[in-house]
Design a protein around this ligand. Sequence first.
Ligand SMILES: Cc1cc2nc3c(=O)[nH]c(=O)nc-3n(C[C@H](O)[C@H](O)[C@H](O)COP(=O)(O)OP(=O)(O)OC[C@H]3O[C@@H](n4cnc5c(N)ncnc54)[C@H](O)[C@@H]3O)c2cc1C
Length: 389
Amino acid sequence: MAAAAVQDQSYPDIREAVRGLCAGFDSAYWQRVEEQNAFPEAFVQALTQAGWLSALIPEAYGGSGLPLSAASVIMEEINRSGGNSGACHGQMYVMGCLLRHGSEAQKRRWLPAIASGELRMQSMAVTEPTTGTDTTKLKTTAVRRGDKYVVNGQKVWISRVQHSDLLLLLARTTPLDQVKRKSEGLSVFVVDLREAFGRGLTVRPIRNMVNHETNELFFDNLEVPAENLVGEEGQGLRYILDGLNAERILIAAECIGDGYWFTERASGYARERVVFERPIGQNQGIQFPIARAYCNVEAASLMRYKAAELFDAGQPCGKEANIAKLLAADASWEAANACLQTHGGFGFAAEYDIERKFRETRLYQVAPISTNMILSYVAEHVLELPRSF
Ligand SMILES: Cc1cc2nc3c(=O)[nH]c(=O)nc-3n(C[C@H](O)[C@H](O)[C@H](O)COP(=O)(O)OP(=O)(O)OC[C@H]3O[C@@H](n4cnc5c(N)ncnc54)[C@H](O)[C@@H]3O)c2cc1C
């Protein structure tokens, strides 16, 4: 296909291998898991066993130690195949906080097991119902009592908890009115979910627009061993923010994969669908929205590589990672609309997968960071405009 021929061919071996694996999880598979509102367990297992989800774990801890640019290609290919990386991307990047800020003992305890798939660490609990994006105001507390911390509070939209063994939790350890800067006094913990369920942690699933396992969490005197504190007490927000560039770049790659999927589907249909005795793709009114979306996906992809290369070189990449996420989420959403419109009524039929992918890619305008928050970051930190909040 023409679009495939001109598509970026970086990491061709990885692309081919991931495509091969994804070919075993076709449209019927993704439709079935959605109909059953189920977790795509077989798909996540297959990716884990093939080692793709441990791409970012260094070889010394059992992973393959690939650069982030290569990891981004894995995510891109999953979404480009028609699948949804949202079911598994957490296993790739949540451990980054532990890798960068955990003690050697913690890394030896958890990373090899995460790399082998014996343990899943694919959940991170930051968002709360009453404080939302205003993270420094979060109300969940962790109070030290002897060799434990006691956690109380509530989180919302916490993904994959029912399919994870470990959860990374951000909680306040020093009250807001006792810290010099509001970003201090928050700490990160590894919560062993197998011990926590029913012993201070209650999970309530949230039915939502996509087949995405996400939950409300209620902490009622949950005890977490003090040895599960990651890094220094009070520095947790810094640790979480530190991992967000990797997350933004990987999510951008997923959007890019979606963008290619939509533009390829739209072009294929437009070539074949005949109305008024000619292919609809002969009309420029059909061609141009697809072509424009494709241009934007290509541009977003370049920004993804720029951000990933800086990240891999250990350089600051906040600006590039945020811009890549914004451009990629906008491009995939534009491509989704062009694809749906090209398919006319058939775009609404579940068997074409377009309405499912349309809903899935829409999420990335909101999570894991909303478009406005990225614009606010660029305005303040890049363009030096006055702080608005
Ligand atoms: C399916 C799904 C999965 C998720 N998974 C996780 C997860 O695993 N872990 C986790 O911690 N969180 C998760 N989230 C939460 C997600 O990160 C948040 O929904 C997102 O960051 C927005 O926060 P909020 O919903 O509280 O919106 P709010 O903070 O209430 O904001 C609502 C809207 O107002 C805008 N807004 C707010 N303040 C301003 C301002 N000053 N200027 C301009 N606009 C503003 C926001 O951009 C947003 O569009 C998930 C969310 C969803 C929907």
